[in-house]
Design a protein around this ligand. Sequence first.
Ligand SMILES: *Cc1c(COP(=O)(O)O)cnc(C)c1O
Length: 387
Amino acid sequence: MAPVRPLEAGVYVQELSNGPTLAFKDMAMQLLGNLLEYELARRHEELNILGATSGDTGSAAEYAMRGKKGVRVFMMSPHGRMSAFQQAQMFSLQDDNIHNIAIEGVFDDCQDILKAVSRDPEFKRRFKIGAVNSINWGRLVAQVVYYFYGYFQVTEDSSTHVDFTVPSGNFGNICAGHVARMMGLPIARLVIATNENDVLDEFFRTGVYRVRGRADTHETSSPSMDISKASNLERFVFDMLGRDAVRTRSLFDDQLRERGSFDLGGDPAFVEVATRFGFRSGSSTHADRLATIRDTWRRHDTLIDPHTADGVKVARMHAVPETPMVVLETALPIKFAGTIKEALGREPDRPQRFIGIEDLPKRFKVLPADAQTVKNYVAEIVLVPAE
Ligand SMILES: *Cc1c(COP(=O)(O)O)cnc(C)c1O
């Protein structure tokens, strides 16, 4: 279910975060878990998902795969660096097929280990290693559906156009909106909201795509949008360039690798980004998030999380009176209680089922930030199942 509720004149919020981990990623991941279990059984195969997370993705993957036959999850997270709530969500899972690996390091160390493993095809083949990251097409396709459902809820007939604003990081969620629009859904504008990590905002304003280094990636209060490059952008650029695969590849494989950026600002196709494809963008700051959370709480009695606040702030920059604007709610406020407290002076109410979650017994393995050690740990479990 993804109900739309009104916020203020012409602006709506679509609830996508009522799944088990309270973030929109559940919507696609829950489907993927069932599809994987079905298909693996049909092929008599198994799959070991190796991932790295700083929060939302890892818990959504674990809650989607827990108890699924033929699938194991090995999820690396930076030891002691997630919020207590996020850590408890993941580490309290007692399912045999879920393996939490707390890496002694930061998120980037987890990602480096993942990259090291993906450069070892022999290990991947032998231990049937796979991923469910944000470029997974199964996830993207599943997200297309709620744009249609949102559209139907705010319109009477199909002559009306609707705008959507999407708090964005890896360009996965909004790419699904682009697909919905290409399928014929009457979307007028697709608005990208970023935080201080404004790689996407910069691209959609100027045509310059400049991936950031580690030192230039900010740690913000909407952490699930803290990205240095947007993994799914290539999919849109391909469409923008008239589906020219050779040119798309030369931009992403050659120019990006060599120079860390490319510039399509002068390209005739770039004009169409706003016209034919309807994209707009904007970014927000920590102060904007606090102000937006406070404002929607005081004026509309609605509590939103910091990521959704990025969306509401940028939606207000682009909303036009005659077109309904739907902001996608990407997480619930309880996941980011610290920022809510900073904005309102009090923590959000906790849903019943999460009360005391931090006190549940935890299941995790602490390992050093070393790819070989992680590989050995995975190999041990895959070859000698505990059951
Ligand atoms: C993953 C996530 C995002 C960003 O979504 P993308 O598909 O990567 O653009 C935004 N908000 C929250 C809460 C998320 O978990």
